[in-house]
Design a protein around this ligand. Structure first.
Ligand code: GTP
Length: 617
């Protein structure tokens, strides 16, 4: 296939707007997959149903075992104007945590279908991905889906596309991915409107790595878009960024499963197997070249950046090695999790994991719980803070390492926290609720505008603001969904760092700090959070033989306090004499629960207490 008959495109769509259904129809129409007579074709491209939760339903979480962060790609052949064309569909992850990967997948395309549900209209995530695509100079083909539904409002949504994206309504295709109506037009538009990739067979090999898969037998399989040169089996290649060398054992195209070919030509998209052992070697955005013939790497390479951190500890500290092995096994298929060992006086040996976002963290936690059949404790999520000293800036992602900023001898000039630019789209009647929600999470620069006027249904508004990342890593998303009855869609992009009035809050039991419970809190929330947590601790910590003060402190200042009153020493004292067996059983029970206790200072804490404290938001 010479470049002029190749089209590389992806589909930008909000969850449930029909991306997988359309992909299936395209694959069927081009004969890439068989049409199933039942009409319930399993959506081939959509192995990643996990993305649903945050926009996403519970039952799909069962598919979590198959989760990888990867997008999936398929090539198809379509004859137009008497010539066979090679169409490469490059799928992009639909969730905001993977914005970086989205931008990488789009870098391998020249065009994108902007697929919008004609009953729902534009949603927050489509807007941000649209802008990434626009910035990359991609040709956008706007497509309204689900026009077979009586509730669809193609004219109104077309007007929305015009006002939101400046799209000419005449360019918009109207289809039903379900019935297949209009899908031929999509194929035609891809061939007519998307420009072919440029590329030169004679130039040195330059292959852009935009995705990777993990295969249990062959190790890492990289997905590449060939910019220049030809890639063949047996070629010796190297990575521009890691400088590691490899020998190509197999190349081929995704059709939609892997089909080996003799070579990959310029403009083509396909897979390369080259004995990469770990998925962390396949850096998304990397450029591969022929060994000894270096090329300029594709611009914009950045290593993945963890935005949410949490500690993971085994409930039984003897299980640490087993836990660590499970984590390592999982990261084979998920290159974007970072791991470091961590030890805590309260919880023992554990790992500190870094994730791209909260969805990513939830998915990984779920997989870990499935894979590792013992209980784990996951500490409250933290974001990476910047602590600025006179002569240096330190990135701190673990509250135990956060300095006491109230202590003037700590020499801390200021603390900065990561912020995001958030956008929320809701029907107008929920606008007030959403504003309250944002304000209560320290939002700034709040602004809103209407996407359309609303005729039969209410008008929809887009709310934008800057909000600290730490405010959205806990319960923000759940509140957003419940306070908008599920109607709000939410998206965010990196907004850099902002100076903030933050301090470390520690909790003391009988005067001794518990390291696993330290948190970073904004001054405005200190009182509330301090009071809330000591109350919670008071509820879950069993009474001891002596009185135990439970305190929340910021620096030397005690913010909140509860006192746990003492209990009687002998658990059998209240039992009347003679019931020997009963007495023995009580003593036995007491011994058993002692075994599972963690001793913090002089206070015995059951592991379950940590569970209760850390798991409830
Ligand atoms: P995610 O996999 O969650 O990202 O969703 P998606 O965008 O891939 O959407 P999917 O193709 O799974 O479609 C979501 C739902 O909409 C499914 O129940 C489809 O059957 C339905 N659907 C898709 N296209 C159409 C259409 O043209 N008409 C109608 N009536 N339903 C459609």
């Amino acid at each position: 296939f010479p470049c002029d008959v190749i089209r590389n495109f992806s589909i930008i769509a909000h969850i449930d707007h029909g991306k997988s259904t359309l992909a299936d129809r395209l694959l069927e129409l081009t004969g890439t997959i068989q049409k199933k007579s039942t009409g319930t074709n399993q959506q081939v491209l959509d192995k990643l149903k996990v993305e649903r939760e945050r926009g996403i339903t519970e039952c799909d979480l069962s598919l979590i075992a198959q989760w990888t962060v990867k997008a999936q790609t398929a090539s198809m052949i379509h004859v137009a104007n008497g010539k066979p064309h090679l169409l490469n569909l490059i799928d992009t992850p639909g969730h905001v945590d993977f914005a970086w990967e989205v931008s990488r997948s789009l870098a391998a395309c020249q065009g994108a279908l902007l697929l919008v549900d004609a009953t729902q209209g534009v949603q927050a995530q489509s807007i941000s991905v649209f802008h990434i695509a626009k910035e990359r100079g991609l040709t956008i083909i706007p497509v309204l889906n689900k026009i077979d539904l009586p509730a669809s409002q193609p004219e109104r949504i077309a007007a929305q596309l015009q006002s939101t994206f400046g799209i000419n309504p005449l360019d918009i295709l109207q289809i039903s991915a379900k019935t297949g109506k209009g899908v031929e037009d999509v194929l035609r538009a891809i061939i007519e409107r998307v420009p072919p990739p440029a590329g030169d067979t004679e130039k040195p090999l330059k292959a852009f790595l935009f995705d990777s898969l993990y295969d249990r037998y062959r190790g890492v399989i990289s997905l590449v878009a060939i910019q220049d040169g030809v890639l063949r089996k047996g070629d010796k290649i190297a990575s521009c960024h890691t400088r590691k060398k490899y020998e190509v054992t197999e190349v081929g195209v995704m059709h939609p499963e892997e089909v080996p070919t003799s070579s990959l030509q310029p403009g083509q998209v396909g897979f390369v197997a080259c004995n990469m052992k770990e998925s962390s070697e396949a850096h998304i955005g990397d450029t591969l070249h022929r060994l000894g013939v270096p090329v300029d790497p594709m611009p914009g390479f950045q290593p993945t950046k963890a935005m949410v951190y949490a500690g993971v500890f085994p409930v039984d500290s003897n299980d640490f090695i087993k836990l660590e092995e499970s984590i390592k096994r999982l990261t084979l298929t998920d290159r974007s999790v970072t791991i470091q060992r961590e030890s805590s006086t309260a919880l023992g040996q554990g790992c500190r994991l870094g994730f791209l976002g909260t969805l990513h963290m939830d998915v990984f936690r779920q997989r870990l719980e499935d894979e590792y059949d013992a209980s784990i404790i996951i500490t409250a999520p933290t974001v990476p803070y910047k602590v600025v000293y006179k002569d240096r800036t330190v990135l701190v992602s673990n509250p135990t390492e956060f300095p006491d900023v109230t202590d003037t001898s700590s020499k801390v000039k200021e603390v900065q926290e990561p912020v995001v630019k958030a956008s929320i789209i809701v029907p107008e009647e929920y606008l007030g609720e959403m504003m309250d929600l944002c304000f209560s999470h320290r939002a700034e620069d709040l602004d809103h505008r209407y996407l359309d006027a609303g005729t039969t249904t209410s008008a929809r508004a887009i709310l934008t603001c800057t909000i600290p990342l730490s405010e959205i890593v806990t319960d923000f998303f759940d509140q957003l969904k419940s306070r908008s009855s599920g109607y709000a869609s939410f998206d965010y992009e990196d907004g850099g760092y902002k100076t903030s009035d933050l301090a470390k809050m520690v909790f003391l039991l009988n005067g001794k700090p518990v390291d696993a419970l330290a948190i970073i809190v904004h001054r405005s929330a200190q009182q509330n959070i301090g009071r809330l947590w000591v109350k919670k601790l008071h509820k879950v910590i069993p009474r001891q033989l002596f009185e135990v003060p439970i305190q929340a402190a910021v620096g030397k200042k005690i913010i909140a306090r509860e006192t746990l009153s003492a209990m009687r020493a002998d658990v059998t004292a209240g039992l009347y004499g003679g019931h020997y067996e009963r007495k023995m059983k009580h003593l036995e029970n007491q011994k058993e629960s002692k075994r599972r206790m963690k001793r913090i200072g002089s206070v015995d804490l059951p592991q379950e207490a940590f569970f209760d404290i850390l798991s409830t938001k």
